[in-house]
Ligand binder design. Sequence first.
Ligand code: FHN
Length: 473
Amino acid sequence: MKYNFKNLIRKRCTIILLVWGITSLIHAQNGRHSLPLKHGAHRIGVRTDEQMENWRGYGLGQFIHWGVYSIPGGIWKGQEYTGAAEWIRSWDKMSKEEYDQLYKQFDPTEFDAQAWAWQAREMGVRYMIFTTKHHDGFCLWPSRYSDYTVAQSPYKRDILRQIVDAYTAEGIDVYFYFSIIDWNHPGYRPAVPETEEQKTKYELFKTYTRNQLMELLNSYPEAKGFWFDGSWDKAWINEAEWADKLGKELREIRPGLVIGSRFRADEYGNRRYDQNGDMIDDYDQAWERELPDRLEDVLGNDWECVMTIPENQWGYQANWRGYVKTPYDLIEMMMKSISLNGNFVLNFGPDPSGKIRPEECEIAAEIGKWMKVNGEAVYGTGYSGLKDQGWGLITRKENYYYLSVFNVPISRKLHIEFPKEAKKPVKATFLSNGDPLKIIDGGQTKKRNSLFKIELPENRSWEEPFVIVLETE
Ligand code: FHN
């Protein structure tokens, strides 16, 4: 047979051109390359519904890590575990069997959900995330699918119900932390199951996970969303299709449910961001004990930062080591988060009796004191569009700019640069008492942006961060 090479080449070229044409068309329409994915992100861009709008406006949240790990508090038989206290079960100096018996001592007689909720409200938090079940598998609600719950402990009562009731009564939205990792379930495994027996057991684990999630949504209809964790195992990543279906079921039960980006992977095994680079689910959970630097780092997504007060300790650790953040450190981190359109969530690790430790109570009180005066700079505000300055951080709502000052310059003058197209400031006042401040016109930059200086009064000591409100035309 004789090949007509010219024809063959012509045909090939036509096909290549066609494929290129179609791809370019898709690209031109979306402004991005897009691979068809079955289990990637199901939405491009942020959610615009009411629940998500609420989420966006929270500003400050509270995280609570509580469970049987609070009993050892990072110390076992006189030896100190240097990892995060809630991980002590994974320490080779503590036997798993002993850890798994600790629930028999879980009796937090001092636990008072109303006191926690009241403290959180006074601190200014608008939402809270509670560990319903951490990696150890111990459930703080009486799950009918497990014998490893608070119902089997000497305490017996449903802790989650008390949390949901107390916080909801204080006007604080409740979200459920839920760990996919469950060290207590016999079917749980990190590696992809290979043998038939492993597969059967893993199926039981999946069903168990699904049942518990359904149970949580049905038993606590007040919950606004899930904060998933421990979803990094290969076995779970491999379940993209199943997890995606489960996510859809959860959303059907509770329209408006908010789910963070750590729940599931796509079919290529990508977590948080799918193969096309789109964020999976509703907000980015990447910012754990870390803050973005610039707005570009958050890629236009909703996001929150979860932060510990000491170094990496979430559950109760009896001896805090290393640097412990001050209330002003934390307020600065919160303002940084909000100035980049994120929320800031501060973690608390109550002790085994159910008390929040004095150091955390003090911090909560200090932040609360600041929030009472300056909360307007936090709630419902976001990125200002103005250039960062060394003296602090700027948030904005409509035509109000909030200048949170953490570092007063020696000159007592706060420099601000407004883009040429932005409306110019006409009034500056202290948020605390409404006292006016002088705005000095500082001319223009080479790019014709407008420079202003706010002059701070003389003979004053600045003992804590404060906020100045700049009103524009
Ligand atoms: O392993 C957990 C850890 O114990 C803690 O719960 C934090 C909270 O963000 N999440 C996991 C690590 O990413």
